[in-house]
Design a protein around this ligand. Structure first.
Ligand SMILES: Nc1ncnc2c1ncn2[C@@H]1O[C@H](COP(=O)(O)OP(=O)(O)OP(=O)(O)O)[C@@H](O)[C@H]1O
Ligand SMILES: [Mg+2]
Length: 373
């Protein structure tokens, strides 16, 4: 069994009874698959999947499977140690990865049998690692999508490749199945989204994120409609019996990230600007951020409200503030921010990270509980 109990490190804040009760109530409803998606790049998707996954796994002691469905493989690089990355990708031409899940289909062999799962001791979760070769499957998924929309079984089978993965992972009794995705509205992401129970939108506080939300809402809607038509026309409906076709994806919430680094230009300006001028400039930037983020709830409700299934949740899951060099430190140590080793300023930023991810985990569970009630 892949996710055997392993040694737990102590990543800070103990759980309260309320947290335990909340988790137990979500856990008993069975595994939920959730993808973290925004077609805008660099908004903190990978960082959130890795650190929320670690919080749920290390502190809530949940059984978590994380899937790196982004051909950039940033999540894999973050989670695996440097040696493990080299050993896996340098010494083997055919590492066991998310590509192994999809490859048999492109060879016309149907779905593979076993999931290529490995464990991360530092993050506490299990992972299906990413693979740059996944990008090669964009074409297959795109051409099979045309077939799927017309009811072709080959197309439908390919489109449901991640649904098959999720159903196998659910059989393995995980509590949470989390997918990291690349920043695109391409065929791989379509196939992932159509397989999920829920999606979370990580977003940066800028005007482009507002546009991205609109794209996400409209696109998922069109995809779901087209798939429904394809399924209604399916050449062999009996083959679809094992797939839950009544389910549509629901919106679990959004996380804002404020991780703009001070640029060299900022530093230069500090030298030439008087204290007063730099304070005015700082206030202007803060105000601009506030004006943009104030509009988010309404924009979210307009664009993504239709994915709430009339369930009343607060979709705001939290704000990840800029945590300075804790993020790169956590990447170089290949451990989550809540258990980065370090003294001095790292003590304070690690404490903040522990509070931030605990809060996000709590709201995430609260929303799941409302949907699953
Ligand atoms: N809270 C934070 N504080 C400081 N830096 C952060 C924080 N969160 C993320 N970052 C940094 O921001 C960068 C982008 O984050 P991340 O890779 O998670 O975004 P992404 O949305 O997954 O990007 P992509 O679209 O390329 O997949 C990373 O270099 C990461 O280290
Ligand atoms: Mg990423």
């Amino acid at each position: 069994m892949a996710n055997s109990r392993r040694r737990r490190i102590s990543p800070g804040i103990p759980l309260t009874d309320a947290h335990r009760t909340l988790f137990a109530s979500v856990q008993k409803r069975g595994a939920q698959s959730v993808c973290f998606f925004n077609n805008k790049g660099g908004v903190g998707k990978t960082t959130l999947v890795a650190n929320l996954g670690a919080e749920l796994s290390l502190n809530f002691e949940a059984r978590v499977l994380v899937v790196d469905a982004d051909p950039q493989c940033n999540l894999t690089q973050y989670v695996l140690g440097d040696e493990e990355v080299l050993e896996t990708y340098n010494n083997s031409n055919d590492p066991e990865s998310v590509y192994s899940v999809i490859r048999p289909l492109s060879l016309g062999k149907g779905y593979g049998t076993n999931l290529p799962i490995r464990q991360s001791e530092a993050f506490g979760f299990d992972i299906i690692i990413g693979d740059p070769r996944l990008a090669l499957q964009e074409d297959l998924l795109a051409s099979d999508w045309k077939d799927a929309r017309g009811g072709g079984m080959r197309g439908i089978r390919t489109t449901f490749v991640f649904a098959d993965l999720v159903s196998k992972a659910k059989d393995l009794k995980y509590d949470f199945i989390l997918f990291d995705m690349g920043p695109s509205l391409g065929a791989i992401n379509r196939s992932v989204l159509l397989a999920m129970d829920f999606f979370v939108v990580p977003m940066s506080i800028d005007v482009f994120s507002s546009w991205a939300i609109r794209n996400i809402g409209n696109t998922i809607n069109i995809w779901q409609r087209e798939l429904k038509t394809g399924i209604a026309l399916a050449e062999d409906p009996a083959e679809l019996e094992s797939i839950d076709r009544t389910r549509t994806i629901r919106f679990l919430g959004y996380v804002t990230q404020q991780h703009r680094e001070r640029t060299e230009e900022d530093a230069d300006l500090d030298v030439v600007e008087s204290d007063e001028a730099s304070e005015t400039r700082r206030k202007r930037i803060v105000q601009a951020y506030e004006e943009i983020s104030e509009k988010f709830p309404e924009q979210i409700s307009d664009s993504l409200g239709r994915f709430l299934d009339c369930v009343e949740i607060n979709p705001f899951l939290g704000n990840v503030r800029h945590l300075g060099s804790l993020a790169p430190k956590s990447q170089s140590q290949h451990s989550p921010m809540i258990s980065v080793r370090g003294t001095g300023r790292f003590v304070q930023s690690r404490k903040q990270a522990r509070e931030i991810y605990r809060d996000i985990a709590r709201r995430y569970l609260e929303n799941l509980e409302k949907f699953l009630r």
